[in-house]
Design a protein around this ligand. Structure first.
Ligand SMILES: Nc1ncnc2c1ncn2[C@@H]1O[C@H](COP(=O)(O)OP(=O)(O)O)[C@@H](O)[C@H]1O
Ligand SMILES: [Mg+2]
Length: 388
C-alpha cells in the first residue's frame, strides 16, 4: 500500500515536445484516482512516468516515502494494466497470471497459491489451462487484472483497460474493477474509456488539458463546481451549454441578456457569488447543463422570467429522455476541447434534456424553462469560474 506523489513533474520528449507541465498530484493510500482529458493531453505519459516506462524530465515522483525518479520499473512495486492486455498468447492463463512472479523468482508453491487466489477472485478458476485465444474478451481482461493482482503491488496503473470490450461487458467490468479495487484497497490511477467510467469509478477525478492539470476533485464537485470553462465543458455529456451573456447585478433582481432574450437570475446563486458584482454591465460566460433546460409545459410551478423561446431543430429520443436541440441567438463559447469540435459543428448551438413525455416537435416553437439556480458563471478573460 502506498501514496503516489507527483511534485512539479515535467515530461519533455526527445523531440522537444513538452507533454506534461509542472504536474502536482497527491494520490492517497488506497485511493482510486481517475485521470481524464482529451486525446493527446498526456494521460498515458503521466501513467508511464509513474510506472517508470518513461523518464521524468523534471520534478519529483514518490511512491510511499521513496523518491523513484531513477528507480527501474521492476523495482517500483507497481502493476500496470494496458488497453490491449499484452497477454502472452502461447502461455496458459495460469502461466500468464504467474509470469511476473516466476521472473521475480518467487517460490513455486507461493506462486501457485497467489495465482489460485487471484483466479478465484476473478472467477477464472475454470480457465487456468486455457490459452488467451480461447477466452472471451471479458475473460482476457480478467487475466490482465490477475497478472496485476498477484504481484500484490503498492499501486495499480490502468490505461483504458476496458476500451476493447463491447458496451455491455464494459458496464459489467466497470463495476467489477471498482469493487475489486475497494476489496484489495490498492492505490489506483485509472484512465477511463468514457464519461461514465470517469464519473462512477473513482474517489477523485483529475482533469488534464495540454499537459496542464486543470482541477482534481470528487466527481460530484467537478460536475457541480467546475473551476474553469474547460472542465465545465469536459465533464458531463452532452456538454454544458456555454454562451456569452451580458450581466446585470441589481439588489432588486439580477439578470442576464442572452442574445435577444433576458433571464432572471436566482437570488441565492447570485448571493453565493459576490464576484459577479465586478462584472455588472459586462459580458461574461454563462453555462447551463442540458438537464437545466426543460420544456416549460412539463413544469408545474411558474417559470416566468426564467424562460427562453426557440425553435426545435432536432429531437433525439433516448426513451428515458429527449435530447432537444435548438438555437439561442447568443455567441457560443469554445471550451478549448479539441474533441468537442464535432459537437459545435452540429446544426444548432444548444441542447436540452427534456422529459420523455414532452410534446415538443421538430421545427416548432418551444418555450424552454431554465433552472437558473444551477447556472455557472465564468470570467471571459481568464475562463475561471466567478465566485469571490
Ligand atoms: N515518444 C514520444 N515522443 C514525442 N511525443 C510523444 C511521444 N509519446 C507521446 N507523445 C506526445 O505527447 C502527447 C501526450 O500523449 P499521450 O500521453 O499518449 O496522450 P493521451 O494518453 O492523453 O492521449 C501527445 O501530443 C503525443 O503525441
Ligand atoms: Mg493514452
Amino acid at each position: 500500500m502506498a501514496t503516489v506523489t507527483l511534485d512539479k513533474v515535467n515530461k519533455i520528449y526527445e523531440n522537444g515536445y513538452h507533454a506534461i507541465h509542472d504536474l502536482d498530484l497527491e494520490i492517497d493510500d488506497q485511493e482510486f484516482l481517475v485521470l481524464v482529458g482529451p486525446s493527446g493531453c498526456g494521460k498515458s505519459t503521466a501513467l508511464r512516468m509513474i510506472a517508470g516506462l518513461e523518464s521524468i524530465s523534471g520534478g519529483e515522483m514518490k511512491i510511499g516515502e521513496k523518491v523513484v525518479n531513477d528507480v527501474e520499473p521492476k523495482d517500483r512495486d507497481i502493476a500496470m494494466v494496458f488497453q490491449n492486455y499484452a497477454l502472452y498468447p502461447h502461455m496458459t492463463v495460469y502461466d500468464n497470471i504467474g509470469f511476473a512472479l516466476k521472473l521475480a523468482k518467487v517460490p513455486k508453491d507461493e506462486i501457485d497459491q497467489r495465482v489460485r487466489q487471484a483466479s478465484k477472485i476473478l472467477e477464472l478458476d475454470a480457465n487456468l489451462d486455457r490459452k488467451p485465444g480461447q477466452l472471451s474478451g471479458g475473460q482476457r481482461q480478467r487475466v490482465a487484472m490477475g497478472r496485476a493482482i498477484v504481484r500484490q503491488p503498492a499501486a495499480f496503473l490502468m490505461d483504458e483497460p476496458l476500451s476493447n470490450l463491447d458496451a455491455k461487458l464494459r458496464v459489467q467490468m466497470r463495476a467489477e474493477i471498482a469493487a475489486l479495487q475497494r476489496e484489495l484497497a490498492v492505490t489506483t490511477v485509472y484512465v477511463p474509456h468514457d464519461q461514465i467510467e470517469a464519473m462512477t469509478m473513482g474517489d477523485r477525478v483529475a482533469v488534464l488539458k495540454d499537459g496542464y492539470l486543470q482541477q482534481v476533485d470528487t466527481p460530484q464537485n467537478l460536475y457541480d463546481r467546475p473551476d474553469n470553462v474547460f472542465v465545465a465543458a469536459f465533464i458531463g455529456s452532452p456538454s454544458m451549454n456555454l454562451f456569452e451573456a451580458t450581466l446585470t447585478v441589481d439588489s432588486a433582481g439580477s439578470s442576464i441578456k442572452l442574445g435577444s432574450q433576458t433571464l432572471t437570475l436566482d437570488a441565492d446563486a447570485v448571493a453565493a457569488r459576490p464576484g459577479l458584482k465586478k462584472h455588472d454591465g459586462a459580458t461574461i460566460i454563462i453555462g447551463i447543463r442540458p438537464e437545466d433546460f426543460e420544456d416549460s409545459t412539463m413544469i408545474e410551478h411558474d417559470t416566468t422570467g426564467r424562460q427562453l423561446t426557440s425553435t426545435v431543430s432536432l429531437i433525439e429520443s433516448l426513451g428515458s429522455e429527449l435530447m432537444v436541440h435548438f438555437d439561442i441567438d447568443a455567441r457560443r463559447v469554445d471550451s478549448g476541447d479539441p474533441d468537442a469540435v464535432e459537437e459545435s459543428d452540429s446544426a444548432s448551438n444548444s441542447v436540452g434534456r427534456f422529459h420523455p413525455r414532452s410534446k415538443v416537435r421538430m421545427r416548432e416553437e418551444v418555450t424552454i424553462a431554465v433552472s437558473t439556480e444551477n447556472m455557472h458563471f465564468f470570467d471571459p478573460a481568464t475562463h475561471l469560474a466567478i465566485w469571490e
